[in-house]
Every structure is written in structure tokens, then in C-alpha cells.
Design a protein around this ligand. Sequence first.
Ligand SMILES: Nc1ncnc2c1ncn2[C@@H]1O[C@H](COP(=O)(O)OP(=O)(O)O)[C@@H](O)[C@H]1O
Ligand SMILES: [Mg+2]
Length: 294
Amino acid sequence: MTRIAFLTMDSLDNFVAYDQLVTEELQRHGVTVDEISWRQPNVAWSDYPLVVIRSPWDYQQAPHAFLDVLNRIEAAGTRLENPLSVCRWNYRKSYLQDLAAAGIRTIPTIWSDGVSEQILAQAAAQLQTPELIIKPLIGANADDTSRIPAAPAAEQLLELITTYTGKSVLIQPFLPRVLDPGEYSLIYFDRNYSHTILKTPAVGDFRVQEEHGSTITAITPPAIVQELAQQTVAALPADLLYARIDVLLMEDQQPAVIEVELIEPSLYLPFHDEAAARFCAAILRRMPDRIQGS
Ligand SMILES: Nc1ncnc2c1ncn2[C@@H]1O[C@H](COP(=O)(O)OP(=O)(O)O)[C@@H](O)[C@H]1O
Ligand SMILES: [Mg+2]
């Protein structure tokens, strides 16, 4: 029996994780999965030929400590998926600038250190939008993500200034199509397209995460969405076990990439019959030679 590790967090309470499906599939192929929190000290990573990053969904609270752990895993001679070099590129949303430079349509963004009345007014004028989104450069799970009017009232402004002081942020137009139809997530294994889900926020919310009460539906995406995701995958670093491309529609109905998730995306395995088997096969293909077929 070969033993690999899935990197997770101390407690997944209040999160929705689906990796049990691939764990069972791997078990059927003679591979046992140990789930290990990234915060667990003194792990003998060299005992594992492969570590797959799956659900360390609090890493944004201590991104440098998290990257140190990834570094230790690779330094132990263990194969990390996705690799540290990919995670280093992907953990700050500034990777969106690289994609835009490569000709990928991303959401127009103002990059700022903190916010002020003037910064927000300028951003709203430049982006020509009545409502703004502010979110941290390093973030996940919609933590510290704000939907605000272009000219917030004094009390809200003070709150925003406090929240984002000392933080690098993205300021974007709020795209109302996030409410209807929602946000598309296109999932790839080994750079091959697998499946798509549509996440629609709960009434009164704009955040599409299940943890915030959204609805998830399996869907065939519009061709323009699929084309953009395909173009995005083609522009990514070569070595990828999995990738999730998140797409929103803009006011002109054309799609734009909101995020590329290469570190710890939920892969929505139950939403396609083949998803867990495809993920399992991709993991088996990427096992270091010394254990393949053992
Ligand atoms: N420009 C935007 N327009 C509308 N909704 C947005 C926009 N940016 C973010 N959101 C909402 O906030 C959520 C979190 O933003 P996202 O960029 O996906 O960061 P993360 O998932 O890393 O927290 C999105 O899933 C979406 O619901
Ligand atoms: Mg997201």
C-alpha cells in the first residue's frame, strides 16, 4: 500500500469539502491518503512520495508560514502538487496582471495600498461604476471582501479604511451578473477540461461560496466562457495537477476571469460523475516513478 498526504487545515468545521470522494477512489487503487493540517509541526514529509494541497483554507491568515511549509515539503524531496513555484505565483492576486499582459480578459482592476475617500472616488470614476468591490491582494473564501457604493457614507468609509489599512487591495467594478446567473468555475485535471459548476449567491448576498449559503449547479458553460477558460489554461505554468478557472460575465455580456485557483481550490467532485475518477487518475499519473505500480 502506498501512502500519500493531502494537505488540509486543523478543522474543516464550517467548510464544505469533497475530497473524501477521491480518497475512496485512490484507496481502490491501493493508495492510502493521510490528511495532514498545514499547521501540524514536525511532520516527516520525506515519508511521503507525494503531497497534494487540498483544503488549507485558512492559509491566507499566515501566507508566509504556509509557503514555508510548502518549501519544507519540497526540500524533503517530496513531490508537491501543485508545485511551490506555482503556489508562489498564484497566492497573490497580482498574477492577474500577468494574465492580462498575456491577452487574457480579466476584470478591470485598480491596485492600491489601503483605501481612502479619494482613492475610492478616483477608482469609481476610472472604472465608471456605481458600485465597487474591494478585496485583499492575498485572500480566499471572500474574506474581507466588500461591496460598496462609489461614495460610501462617513461611517462605512471609516470602517473600510480600518479594514484595509496596511493591506494591498484590488478595487474592481461590482459586476451584477455575479447575482444572475452567478460565477462559473471550470475545472481541469492535468490541463484537461473536466467539468463546470455555476455558483449563485444566496438572496441578499453577493458572495458565491457555499460557506455563505450559495447554490451550486452542474452546468455546461456558454461557449464564450469555455473559450476564455481554455485560453487561460493555455497561458498557465506548465506543471499542474489541477486548475480552476473562475469567470464572471461583464456588463457587455462578455466573460472575464475573476480568479485562477491553483493552490487549494474546491474541485466540486460530486457535480460530475467522472470527476473523482479523473482526479484520481491524474494523481496516479503524477506519482513519482519509484512508487508507480507498487
Ligand atoms: N468584481 C466583482 N464583482 C462581483 N462580485 C465579485 C467581484 N469580485 C469578487 N466578487 C465576489 O466576491 C467573491 C470573492 O472574490 P474572489 O476574487 O473570488 O476572491 P477569493 O475567492 O479569493 O476570496 C467572489 O466569488 C464573488 O462572489
Ligand atoms: Mg474566488
